[in-house]
Design a protein around this ligand. Sequence first.
Ligand SMILES: Cc1ncc(C[n+]2csc(CCOP(=O)(O)OP(=O)(O)O)c2C)c(N)n1
Length: 374
Amino acid sequence: MISVKDFYDCLKSSNIDFFTGVPDSLLKDICNYITDVTPKKNNIIAANEGGAIGLAMGYNLASSKIPLVYMQNSGFGNTINPLLSLADQKVYSIPMLLLVGWRGEPGVNDEPQHLKQGLVSEELLKTINIPYSVISNDSSDFENIIKNAMETVNNKQTPYVLLIRKGTFEPYLLKNKIITDYDLNREDAIKKIIDLISDEDIVVATTGKTSREVFEYRVEKGMGHEKDFLTVGGMGHANQIALGISIAKPERRVFCIDGDGAVLMHTGSMGIIGDIKPKHFKHIIINNGAHDSVGGQPTIGFEINFGKIANAFNYKDVFSIKSLCEFDKVFDSFCNSIGPSLLEIVVNKGARKDLGRPTISPKENKINFKSFIK
Ligand SMILES: Cc1ncc(C[n+]2csc(CCOP(=O)(O)OP(=O)(O)O)c2C)c(N)n1
């Protein structure tokens, strides 16, 4: 395995001093190290991966230095537009190094949402003609790989991808943790929500541990999974899936259980919810101020006011829960409000170590969910 310090030092000696991206579970150790040792203004956790390409472009335009952009291959799709229509050699030709976590690599066991993306990751890079190299835990020559990559980046003025295999980096735990002391964590909030909604209610859960915790709580309660759509991929789009359901089934209550990182990824979607105004649309943001599912790197969730954003986007009502004692009362008002309404639940980050993964396939989930909605 490669030590995160050695890898980082090698990037620094290649004159890289600006980092941006969206964290990834497979890159969590190097992302944690970058977060701990880089001045805040030189490591920007972006709203989405496309935004990170924009930030990297701007930094390069103004400094002529090579920036580094990190992401999971799930997020590579978000970069295609700015990469191909701006940074590409055929347009502005902006040099940058991309560190992409290779989830779903063929032959490596992974979750369904990563299989297609992982299968086509190399083909995709070849098709869009972005040079790349693969780095794995036995890449003792990683310094040479980075050196060669930097030569190509500089000589050809092009984006260059380092595709990182699972298990490449030695473990590194984030030290600069934001410690909070709320009554609840995400799983406590999810349990309360499921206990308080009715049997007819539809749930759409966001990407990451939220969907996994919803799944496990249904198991714990001896219930089926037909009421829940698990947005296992497509981070940031759960609320638009929920909106589509609300439009087709205007009399049903639809609860979207979202995350702060996910909402921030495509915040404009909230404006569409506010514009369409589905009466029974219940938007819940569980705000832990972090990308908890992939290592706990901070978001701006604790520094902004989601309620004011929802108001400005024409939601009809906004609610907030910060403690257990107010939960039932506020949740009741939220349920009785005319939507679209927003409920922000502020929680500590963190999850159970033994949290499992859905044991039914996405297709099974779809079939059961569709018959429940019908
Ligand atoms: C487009 C995209 N980028 C990155 C990821 C990796 N990823 C999965 S969950 C997650 C964090 C989600 O954060 P948040 O919505 O705040 O929920 P939390 O994990 O904190 O509960 C990330 C970055 C992804 N699945 N898709």
